[in-house]
Design a protein around this ligand. Structure first.
Ligand code: TRP
Length: 364
């Protein structure tokens, strides 16, 4: 494999099937019938790939311990792309998984020059606050900061360096430096933390990621199998599509026009929907004749990924838009109504979350 992914760079995926083949990831289709419940993350192929996810499903089936772990470098507002991760936390929490969320303040400090305090503040005021409002049980969540990991966590992250060579690191990441190396080893400790003795020992763990994080998954799977002192289960991963930016490019925290934040005003959110890239045709005549390019339409994506639960209704919208019967203005109208309903409720829940935050982090 000579193509490298730079997890600290910026990647855009055109063809998800291709990335699966290129990096030896398995399609989610193989496990479609094994997924408990019916969740749009799976039924709508928002999660498209996996490594060893069957281990986690088996544990669930047999009523054995399993965990889900994720992490983030918070950089700005909590938007609808982030909401997908929150939906996953909720899904796995409801299945009975122990859930761990790492705030990657060390990685952000080393690779983005972000002060620890700033990362901490965004993690709490944006991410955690939205998690609470979205109905995640934060009392059951291990929400921690890399900079405050336990003695054992710090010990492990250092010991893991014995299991990899500089050549292997460079084969995976390209050029490496001390900051990147520490970030990678810290992330390995995050991913294996649910299996540490203090957390009940070895167990299947699933890590939902975008393809940009796959190098860390591959590396940690090698570390897990080579580490002699603990019999780790190789961690599993599932791969999530990236939501596209509102105006068609990449969704990016540094460009507020590219995303809708969950605390945007209803008015701003509607304006952003109006500015969105659609799959509508140039002229009315052509649109009626040929129909929309639904796959190109970010408004439809917003509905499918986030705003419409009812499969039947979404299918009907798809059919009408695809056939040209529905215009992109009409699709936007639906999205604006759904967005208003969602945000109106959510903003109230955000306010209610403040009490809980104050209790958990009295200083912030
Ligand atoms: N590297 C991740 C990012 O860039 C953050 C992260 C840290 C992470 N530890 C993790 C992600 C463990 C998944 C699992 O956002």
């Amino acid at each position: 494999m000579d193509e490298k992914i730079d997890p600290w760079g910026s990647i855009q995926v055109k063809d998800y099937g291709e990335t699966i083949d290129k990096f030896g990831i398995n399609s989610m289709d193989d496990l479609d019938n094994e997924i408990p419940g019916s969740n749009r993350l799976f039924t709508r192929d928002i999660i498209y790939g996996q490594r060893d996810f069957d281990k986690v499903l088996k544990a669930k089936k047999k009523n054995e311990d399993f965990a889900m772990m994720t992490g983030m470098m918070p950089s700005g507002k909590f938007h609808f792309g982030h909401k997908l991760v929150a939906d996953m936390i909720k899904y796995f929490q409801n299945l009975g998984a122990d859930v761990y969320v790492a705030v990657a303040d060390i990685e952000a400090y080393l690779t983005r020059d972000m002060p620890l305090e700033k990362t901490r503040e965004i993690a709490i005021k944006e991410y955690l606050r939205n998690y609470i409002a979205l109905g995640i049980d934060v009392d059951k969540l291990d929400f921690y900061f890399q900079s405050e990991g336990s003695t054992n966590y710090n010990k492990m992250s250092k010991m893991f360096s014995k299991n990899i060579t500089q050549n292997e690191l460079e084969a995976i990441y390209g050029e490496m430096d001390p900051g990147k190396t520490i970030s990678v080893l810290t992330q390995a400790a995050d991913i294996l933390k649910p299996q540490f003795e203090e957390n009940g020992g070895p167990k299947p763990v699933v890590v939902p990621v975008g393809i940009d994080q796959d190098p860390h998954i591959r590396l940690t799977r090698d570390i897990a199998s080579r580490f002699k002192e603990t019999d780790f289960v190789k961690p599993s991963s599932i791969y999530t599509k990236f939501m596209r930016g509102i105006t068609g490019g990449k969704m990016s925290s540094s460009d507020p026009k590219s995303y809708i934040a969950l605390n945007d005003s209803i008015e701003d959110a509607k304006k952003k929907i109006d500015s969105a890239k659609t799959g509508g045709k140039q002229s009315l005549e052509e649109h009626r004749k040929k129909g929309a390019d639904v796959e190109e339409d970010v408004v439809f994506e917003l509905l499918a990924f986030n705003l419409i639960d009812d499969d039947e209704r979404l299918r009907d919208i798809y059919r009408r838009y695809d056939s040209g019967e529905m215009l992109s203005g009409e699709l936007k109208q639906i999205a604006k109504e759904e967005m208003e309903n969602f945000l109106e409720e959510h903003h109230k829940k955000l306010e209610r979350a403040d009490k809980k935050i104050a209790k958990m982090f009295p200083q912030t």
